[in-house]
Ligand binder design. Structure first.
Ligand SMILES: NC(=O)C1=CN([C@@H]2O[C@H](COP(=O)(O)OP(=O)(O)OC[C@H]3O[C@@H](n4cnc5c(N)ncnc54)[C@H](O)[C@@H]3O)[C@@H](O)[C@H]2O)C=CC1
Ligand SMILES: O=C(O)C(=O)COP(=O)(O)O
Length: 526
């Protein structure tokens, strides 16, 4: 058997390399390769191990003819094109908790160093001075710390800041009130309400289209005078040009950054300010975090190369063909069901129940569950949910999962019912191209293929409702493409599932709510 080859392009702990060598692999560590050099070298390798600085692009993957797995020795995979890897059947996995304590501690270090002007005082002593009053600082005690993003690292920062006696406020639309309460954080729905009250602001957000540039000139202007800003998450969440303007104007007292829009960063508008504390993406660079990241990723890469399930696989790990044939076509249908439920609920559910009915009852439901969760958690762009990590993802979001095999699917050969916190969507597949159809919703029996934009109306049945809806939508220029009505005669309620063309503005939704006596109106986009 030919020896498997692993390429490591960034520094990982020797302990991790040792594990791979002991497994019998040929391990090459080649640091600081230019992209074209890496593309020219990658073809013979079975596995690639990276950190945050190696860009794994579709072009690199095209050159990686033998690649089976990419291991990220750390948390974030935004330098890896996961979709392109999935298309090529390459597993992507990470070590998702390996460095979170280090990242939280580095955040505290920057907060304290900013508050107490440590780097400036240190530079002054190194220059032979003995000044004290010039470095008058502020205490963290009884100050308000705003934490944006209350996930793994944001949560650890909250626990640590509480120890300093800080008042904690936070914003994270996907954080449950129970989690916020347990962390001692007062949750705010609106970013605008937090800005004027925070003495210190730290961000622990993923890099997404929503979070990049989240704090620009108008947000900075709304902040308290003398605010301290810290970013150990991803470059670009604070608009650095705007921050530099507000530092120059004295509005921002200090800023601590560990991450940059472009890395390596050799030139920043903040370089000229001594109250800008800049570290070169070292939040995870501790002995402990590196040993954890290196050894965990070595084990996962080994599991992937030997065909075992990789517990932290982010994308769809290859499933046996017989499983894929049986349930694969249902995955997009379950994703759709998850998205519909997620938008009806508007928050992460506590219980997710999946019933595989009829011909799919006996198949392994893990991939269906992954589809449903992927839809439910669609707001996260950190990576896809896969059969391998579905239960772990559910667990991390506090979702209890129940799966049931139901031998009969009523009038259909097969169907899947997804229910989360009482909101139910049943789906089946239809026709030669196996298109997804919704066959039940909130207990109403319907049969319709959803479109990109759908309006769901629930009301106490009475004549004239549909006419009134049609008139308002017609006046607003919204075209109805297809429609189905389900009823619950016992409760005298009806549900209208209406596919429409084009966006429905909030103002039109408002008019529908005002003009018609509705129990519920949801605007779902898929
Ligand atoms: N500087 C470094 O060396 C390191 C940086 N990181 C970065 O730290 C950040 C946080 O990592 P984790 O805590 O592990 O991630 P996480 O996924 O556990 O938490 C992120 C939180 O942000 C929330 N969120 C998403 N979009 C939001 C929005 N628009 N507004 C408010 N909240 C939103 C999510 O609901 C989630 O709770 C990531 O950007 C990661 O890349 C992670 C490790 C080391
Ligand atoms: O794990 C992460 O998300 C980090 O940002 C750490 O990156 P690094 O492994 O130090 O290049």
């Amino acid at each position: 058997m030919t020896q498997k080859r692993v390429l490591v392009t960034e520094k990982i702990a020797e302990e991790g390399l040792e594990i791979l060598r002991r497994k019998g692999y040929a391990v090459d560590v080649r640091l600081d390769m230019a992209p074209e050099e890496l593309a020219a070298a990658i073809a013979p390798y079975d596995a690639l191990i990276v950190r945050s600085q190696t860009q794994v692009t579709p072009e690199l993957l095209d050159a990686a003819a033998n690649l089976k797995i990419i291991g990220r020795a750390g948390v974030t995979i935004d330098n890896i094109d996961v979709e392109a890897a999935s298309e090529r059947g390459v597993i992507v996995c990470n070590a998702p908790t390996s460095n979170i304590v280090s990242a939280a501690e580095h955040t505290m270090a920057l907060l304290l160093a900013c508050a107490r002007r440590i780097p400036q005082a240190d530079a002054s002593m190194h220059a032979g001075s003995w000044e004290r009053a010039a470095f008058t600082g502020t205490e963290l005690y009884q100050k308000t710390l705003a934490i944006f993003g209350l996930g793994r690292i944001g949560g650890l920062v909250a626990e640590r800041a509480r120890g300093f006696g800080m008042r904690l406020v936070g914003h994270d639309p996907y954080c449950s009130p129970e989690r916020a309460a347990a962390l001692g954080v007062e949750l705010f729905e609106s970013v605008g309400d937090i800005l004027p009250i925070a003495d210190f602001i730290t961000v622990h957000l993923p890099k997404t289209s929503e979070t990049i540039g989240m704090f620009g000139p108008s947000e900075l202007a709304a902040m308290k005078d003398g605010v301290v800003l810290v970013n150990c998450a991803r470059g670009g969440i604070f608009d650095v040009d705007a921050v530099a303007d507000f530092v120059a104007a004295g509005k921002v007292d200090a800023v601590g950054l560990d991450v940059y829009e472009e890395e390596p960063c050799h030139d920043s508008p903040l370089h000229e300010f001594d109250n800008a504390l800049l570290t070169p993406h070292i939040a995870a660079v501790t002995r402990e975090a590196q040993v954890r990241a290196g050894t965990q990723i070595a084990e996962y890469v080994w599991e992937g190369l030997e065909g075992s399930i990789v517990p932290t696989a982010i994308n769809a790990a290859p499933l046996p063909p017989e499983v894929m044939d049986a349930v694969g076509p249902y995955v997009p249908a379950c994703q759709m069901a998850g998205r519909v439920i997620g938008q009806i609920l508007g928050s992460t559910p506590k219980v997710l129940r999946l019933e595989a009915m009829g011909a799919v009852a006996d198949a392994d439901p893990a991939i269906l569950l992954a589809g449903a969760l992927d839809g439910l958690l669609a707001y996260r762009r950190i990576g896809a949910v896969s059969a391998a990590n579905a239960l772990a993802v559910a667990d991390r979001h506090g979702i209890r999962v129940e799966c049931e095999a139901v031998p009969e699917a009523g009038e259909y050969a097969s169907a899947v019912r997804v229910t989360a916190d009482g909101v139910e969507v049943g789906v089946t597949l239809y026709g030669a191209n196996q298109a997804a159809r919704v066959v039940s919703l909130l207990g109403y029996k319907i049969d319709i293929a959803p479109a990109k934009q759908t309006l769901l109306f629930e009301y106490v049945d009475a004549p004239g409702r549909i006419g009134a809806i049609g008139t308002i939508l017609g006046e607003a220029g919204v075209n109805i493409t297809t429609m189905q009505i389900g009823d619950k005669p016992a409760e005298q309620c009806a549900l209208v599932f209406m596919n429409v063309e084009g966006e429905v503005p909030d103002e039109v939704l408002g008019r529908l709510r005002e003009a018609i006596d509705l129990k519920n109106l949801w605007y779902i986009t898929l």
